[in-house]
Design a protein around this ligand. Structure first.
Ligand code: DX5
Ligand code: ZN
Length: 215
């Protein structure tokens, strides 16, 4: 199954955002992970649709994977699709009808993904598995980059892989050279890495090494 590495823009240098978008693209990573935060859902704030539009402007061919850590993603789906989101990820813990909103994401021309927080049991994803292009298992509590990988979340990945052998399954949080191979063995095929990749002097070498470790 095709594997993908996704640098998370949250860990970029905000004084040099355009350069750091291009650095991620030049690293050989398949897509950029863009974290959108609503402070009623996580204890932090980050970017809005204008930053997604900036990514499209700076690197039009670099795939934009947009993670909405929001209580009411339903209110912003159009705005993010219009700004250039290509996959939109919404949380199962959000305060909206997931069946309806996943369908709307696809109707907007984007891929639809559902996200699961560490404390949420994976089985509740079951009714949505035929309505998504991707499932994202959080391996940290969302809100901040640079946290420690929660390995206890990996059995959720394995459960999902057993249910859907061909589904894209992503992990997000604490991804690095030690933890990404563990997630791969558990059954994930898409891997976010924020602080680990952005702190590298040579991001391309780090992405190449991560890819080599996935087999
Ligand atoms: C956490 C975000 C993650 C974060 C990952 O709230 O959803 O995407 O950027 O950062 P690292 O890889 O540093 O844990
Ligand atoms: Zn994220």
């Amino acid at each position: 199954m095709k594997t993908e590495i996704l640098p998370s823009l949250l860990a970029a240098d905000y004084g040099h955002l355009a350069d750091d978008i291009l650095r991620a693209q030049a690293s050989g990573a398949e897509a950029l992970h863009i974290d959108i935060m609503d402070p009623t859902f996580v204890p932090n704030m980050s970017f809005g649709p204008d930053i997604v539009a900036l990514c499209r402007k700076v690197a039009p061919d670099f795939y934009r994977n947009v993670h909405l850590m929001m209580n009411r993603p339903d209110l912003y789906l159009e705005a993010f699709a219009k700004a250039g989101a290509q996959t939109i990820q919404i949380h199962i813990e959000a305060d909206c009808d997931l069946h309806v909103e996943l369908k709307r994401i696809r109707a907007l021309g984007c891929k639809a993904a559902v996200v699961l927080n560490p404390e949420t049991p994976v089985e509740i994803l079951y009714p949505y598995l035929d309505e998504v292009d991707e499932a994202l298992v959080m391996t940290v509590h969302p809100g901040y980059g640079g946290q420690k990988f929660i390995a206890e979340c990996l059995p959720k990945v394995t459960w999902l892989r057993a249910q859907r052998p061909a589904l894209d399954i992503m992990i997000d949080g604490g991804g690095n050279a030690e933890t990404i191979p563990l997630a791969y063995k558990a059954g994930a095929n898409q891997f976010v890495a924020g602080s680990y990749l952005y702190k590298q002097a040579d991001m391309k070498a780090a992405v190449t090494a991560l890819k080599a470790s996935l087999s």
